[in-house]
Ligand binder design. Structure first.
Ligand code: ADP
Length: 398
């Protein structure tokens, strides 16, 4: 069965067509600037040339129509007929407390996802638009929702409650939810495979370090804590998001700079993180690493503060699990930067970690990058959220 995986943002739409049985990627692509001037579709059938089509896309329905046309195109398409697509898996950012696992999309499920909109106002409405567009164009094809928050629903109360009046949890469900769950789940399971051990026997820490970044503690096959919170703003220092701060800083900035709460939220989401910390040098870690290597002060303080925060979370989660068997690095920075892995792991000698530098320099595969003597293993596992979504979808519809 072929599964279409859709990741719908407010003005973009990423897709992959995956063979659920062989797990091969058949085609992938991206619609950009949906509803904005200059929209384009980039379509890449596996093993063939990329096709870029610059064409107006008024809305997501039109974007998905173009995607389906590309997939079934006589010359460059990969299916003869759209009926070959057996199901659609949708990435959904926030499932609140309602979804602890993936689910077949029904009217009831759509209502429940809509109820979570206020917890993720930038993401969930876009995800819902993607579902509606697919339902319109592919009536009768089963759809599955795979939630970024679901994997973290196993967290115990002590990990997900905040130290604020309990009534806010009761009234508004203010608590830690965590995100990147599909990635944390995929990577932690893969780590058990690579280590040749049972998932249920392991204590793992997964560091998903991309533009958005989060850490999770996975004990005996269940997530017991994660660094992102009610929203993806908490935790590590990210590309443009602040991560953990003293909440009083918000009031302080608002008073000093004459800003509203919305203004301060924009600063914390879009102008902070490594971008803000480096005095706007860059939000891209490649630039920051280059600046560090040149001895640039902004590059040095930013990389060191970023790495320190990751190290602190690793220590906290090793404590939370009363030990750790392996630490996994994934996502853009975690997978590709031997430099950041060195910087973080050089602070983890107390866990019996020594990196094997030859292994650490490799890329693009599942790797153990510690020496055989290291008592805690460090792994690099390229994440594959789309494949994880296709697997979940297939499991529910086959
Ligand atoms: P997201 O999916 O959250 O947008 P990604 O997982 O794609 O993010 O990661 C993007 C980040 O990874 C960028 O900050 C980029 O600088 C970083 N990155 C990618 N390749 C490298 C590399 N070779 N060295 C250092 N950083 C890298």
């Amino acid at each position: 069965m072929k599964i279409l995986v859709i990741n719908c943002g407010s003005s973009s739409l990423k897709f992959q067509l995956i063979d659920a049985v062989t797990e091969e990627l058949i085609a992938k692509g991206l619609c950009e600037r949906i509803g904005i001037e200059g929209s384009q579709l980039v379509y890449q059938p596996t093993g063939k040339d990329k096709v870029t089509t610059i064409t107006p896309m008024e809305d997501h329905t039109q974007a998905i129509r173009l995607v389906l046309n590309a997939l079934s195109d006589k010359e460059t398409g990969v299916v003869k007929d759209l009926s070959e697509i057996g199901a659609v898996g949708h990435r959904i950012v926030h499932g609140g407390e309602k979804f602890a696992s993936s689910t077949v999309i029904t009217d009831e499920v759509i209502k429940a996802i809509t109820d979570c909109n206020e917890l993720a106002p930038l993401h969930n409405p876009a995800n819902l638009i993607g579902i509606a567009a697919c339902q319109e164009l592919m009536p009768g094809t089963p759809m599955v929702g795979v939630f970024d928050t679901a994997f973290h629903q196993t967290m115990p109360k002590e990990a997900y409650l905040y130290g604020i009046p309990y009534e806010y949890y009761e009234k508004y469900k203010i608590r830690r939810y965590g995100f990147h769950g599909t990635s944390h789940s995929y990577v932690s399971k893969k780590a058990a495979e690579v280590l040749g051990q049972k998932y249920e026997d392991l204590k793992l820490i997964v560091c998903h370090l991309g533009n958005g970044a989060s850490v999770s503690a996975v004990k005996n096959g269940k997530c017991i804590d994660t660094s992102m919170g009610l929203t993806p703003l908490e935790g590590l220092i990210m590309g443009t998001r602040s991560g953990d701060i003293d909440p009083a800083i918000m009031e302080f900035i608002a008073h000093k700079e004459g800003k509203s709460i919305d203004d301060v939220m924009t600063i914390l989401n879009k102008k902070s993180g490594v971008l803000g910390l480096s005095s706007n040098l860059s939000s891209d870690f490649r630039d920051l690493q280059a600046a560090y290597e040149k001895g640039d002060d902004a590059g040095i303080r930013t990389m060191e503060t970023f790495a320190y925060r990751v190290t602190k979370y690793i220590g906290a989660y090793a404590a939370a699990m009363n030990g750790v068997d392996a630490i996994c690095f994934t996502a853009g920075l975690g997978e590709n930067s031997s430099f950041i892995r060195n910087m973080i792991c050089s602070r983890l000698g107390y866990l019996g970690i020594t990196l094997d530098q030859t292994q650490n320099e490799k890329r693009g595969e599942d790797l153990v990058i510690t020496t055989p003597e290291s008592t805690t293993k460090v792994l690099v596992i390229p994440t594959n959220e789309e494949l994880a979504i296709a697997r979940e979808t297939y499991a529910l519809v086959k």
